[in-house]
Design a binder for this molecule. Structure first.
Ligand SMILES: O=C(O)C(=O)C[C@]1(C(=O)O)C=C[C@@H](O)C=C1
Length: 380
């Protein structure tokens, strides 16, 4: 940058307003004019959302409708003529709907904090930035806070493409009164962050146990003799790194800027396609299950008695009624009897007759059967 006190002209001519080409000026004028049109249209849209909000207040119905938001985005993507990229449609309209929703009512969202966690990023990606953030100290705390009504929704990690299931979330699903109304997933890039901009002198690397595991290969080859310290969250590790120069944190770039750390080594996760999937949970007494959107998922947890053919009995109704199973995970039932709970995702919504019948028959075949939720698939 040019020094404004030196009297010498800026080195970069593009930065000097006097050199703006007439063609550029003309294009910018058109952009300014369109932005005014967009602003007027967005305000008209906001006015309609306010009217919808009034109607819902009269009916006593809830504001957030994940199936409607998914349909709005799906519809716009299908009719997008370009050159705006398809990937840009969902984030733009999520923000627009977030702002409109906030005019109807505040949306309080609990997630694993502190500021700068991937859970926070997932919450903002799903609900947009016009929300009331409720950072929590643990996954248990996210469920508790939402069940107690101190937040309207909770965002909890359920699986990672490298490390597999987030066991704590799955275990709590068994007993929580909350149910799932949405899902979202995030590319997770881990970075080594520190007060000093160097790998020299690091004595401890701190992060959430999942992040330590996802960077195991990199840590073994670059910092083989450094202690690995598990933390409640990556952002908490970043906070600690700001206080202790011998401690490096694995966390997001956002967490690094939040706590004033150097990005010593970017993208140190072993798998470059590392993704984490999150579930959006809420209290069924305060929020109804989303209606069918056309692209839905239904999550169940079941167990079967330990006998030959039991697993076949689970799969039979799904095949008979042509219902796809997109996920199947097992967790020990902790009975000491080698019994398991099975977490199953089905494609479709129970309002669709074939899904409804398959679920009824599946229920008959199971010793334990709980619907964790039914919700629109993540739209990108
Ligand atoms: O259509 C509605 O029910 C609205 O409240 C409007 C709107 C929107 O901005 O499009 C906002 C919030 C809902 O989650 C869904 C959609």
């Amino acid at each position: 940058m040019a020094d404004p006190t030196s009297g010498t002209p800026a080195a970069n001519p593009a930065a000097t307003p006097a050199t703006i080409a007439p063609e550029l000026l003309a294009l910018r004028e058109q952009i300014d004019s369109l932005d005014q049109d967009l602003l007027a249209l967005l305000n008209r849209r906001a006015g309609l959302a306010l009217a919808v909000g009034e109607l819902k207040k009269k009916e006593g119905s809830v504001v957030f409708r994940p199936e409607r938001e998914a349909q709005v985005i799906d519809g716009l993507k299908a009719s997008n003529p370009g050159p705006l990229k398809l990937d840009s449609v969902a984030p733009i309209w999520r923000e627009i709907m977030s702002a409109c929703r906030a005019l109807e009512t505040p949306t309080r969202v609990a997630y694993l904090g502190p500021a700068g966690t991937f859970s926070e990023e997932a919450a903002l990606g799903y609900f947009g930035s016009s929300i009331v953030r409720v950072p929590c100290t643990s996954i248990d705390d996210v469920f508790r806070t939402t069940a107690a009504g101190a937040a309207d929704f909770g965002v909890v990690p359920v699986e990672n493409s490298t490390e597999g299931v987030v066991a704590r979330s799955l275990d709590i699903f068994l007993t929580t009164p909350l149910f799932i109304i949405g899902e979202t997933s995030l590319f997770v890039r881990h970075n080594l962050l520190r007060k000093e901009n160097s790998l020299e002198g690091i004595e401890v690397v701190a992060a959430h146990p999942q992040a330590l595991a996802q960077c195991h290969g990199w840590l073994s080859s670059h910092l083989p003799n450094v202690e690995r310290q598990p933390m409640a969250s990556n952002a908490e590790a970043a906070r600690q790194a700001a206080l202790n120069p011998k401690l490096a944190a694995i966390a997001s770039v956002r967490a690094g800027s939040e706590y004033g750390l150097h990005l010593v080594s970017p993208a140190i996760q072993d798998d470059t396609h590392n993704r984490t999937r999150f579930a959006i949970v809420t209290d069924p007494h305060r929020h109804p299950a989303p209606k069918a959107s056309g692209h839905d998922c239904t999550s169940l947890v079941v167990s079967v008695v330990n006998r030959p053919g039991a697993m076949y009995d689970i799969l039979k109704p799904l095949k008979a009624h042509d219902v796809s199973m997109t996920r199947f995970e097992s967790r020990p039932a902790r009975s000491g009897q080698w019994e398991y709970y099975f977490y199953i995702d089905l494609q479709g919504h129970p309002d669709e007759p074939h899904v409804h019948t398959a679920m009824q028959e599946l229920r008959q075949a199971c010793a334990y059967f709980k619907v964790l939720g039914t919700y629109p698939l993540d739209v990108h």
